[in-house]
Write a protein that binds this ligand. Sequence first.
Ligand code: SF4
Length: 320
Amino acid sequence: MTEANRQLAIDVREHLEYLRELGVETMKVELADSPPLDHPVMVVTEEQVSHEKVERFIPDRPFFTKQPLPPPAKPNVPANASRLSLLESTRLSKLNSETPPLKSVLPQISKNEMPKPTVSPATNLFADRNSALPDTGETIEGIRTDIGDCRRCSLCEGRTKIAHSTGSFTADLMFVGEAPGADEDAQGAPFVGRAGQLLTKIIEAIGFKRDDVFIGNINRCRPPMNRAPLPNETAECKPFLLREIAVVRPKVIVVLGNTAMKNLLDTKEGITKIRGIFQDYYGVKVMPTFHPAYLLRDPSKKREVWDDMKKVRDYLNENR
Ligand code: SF4
């Protein structure tokens, strides 16, 4: 097979995957405008894609909300386009994925006002990022006992309940968010509000039950006005999560949103830059993706999250 044919096969496969995800069941094809070929090649002239299917995105999967989406844009393809130019002009990479600016509700804090992070002794366990996950010999129960009625940072002052991590202590898959919101603060568990319900659907969409995975946050107490945790607050709380990761030893960690990603990976990169690309955390695969709360504000981003979750699902299937 020549390189051009191999690339064409990859493009066709990508295209068929895309159509399948959109719920296309049948399509009509005509060859009249195509250049002469040895073998017939299909050119789509009519798609039988219902709006309902596009909204749901994945047939028979409760991943997407019923929020209406605009009709899919028709590719601008010249009538006499060749197969390659047709595929090139309709590749997924050409889809408009401009992100509307996310309005921050946080107060503006200058760098000089930022408190300097303190280093917890537990952080030393995780000092060498090039090593494997440390074997700490701890248990989740022991870490909870250590946390106790924690007052290590000022977030304790406004909390109702500490929202400890939940789920399976032997999970292959772990999700890490930023900090509790109002529902989580009231119930003392992470991801139990609307964003949490969407996270449950995301988990189920890749074939897991919520109880099969481990879910936690960088910070366990709700920041006032749902602002992002400050560096000194994450410095105090993050070691608890790191110690839990060393106990659970998941194969994949999905970090949800910019704050969680930057804190777990100690990176200055933004979520839009490394979203969808596996990162490394002490030998554990880390998939950065958008936070479910962001998806509630901008449902068009569900496509990217679904793409990321398929990579996670495939990796776990290949590494059972
Ligand atoms: S956020 Fe974490 S470190 Fe701060 S008080 Fe709550 S449990 Fe303790």
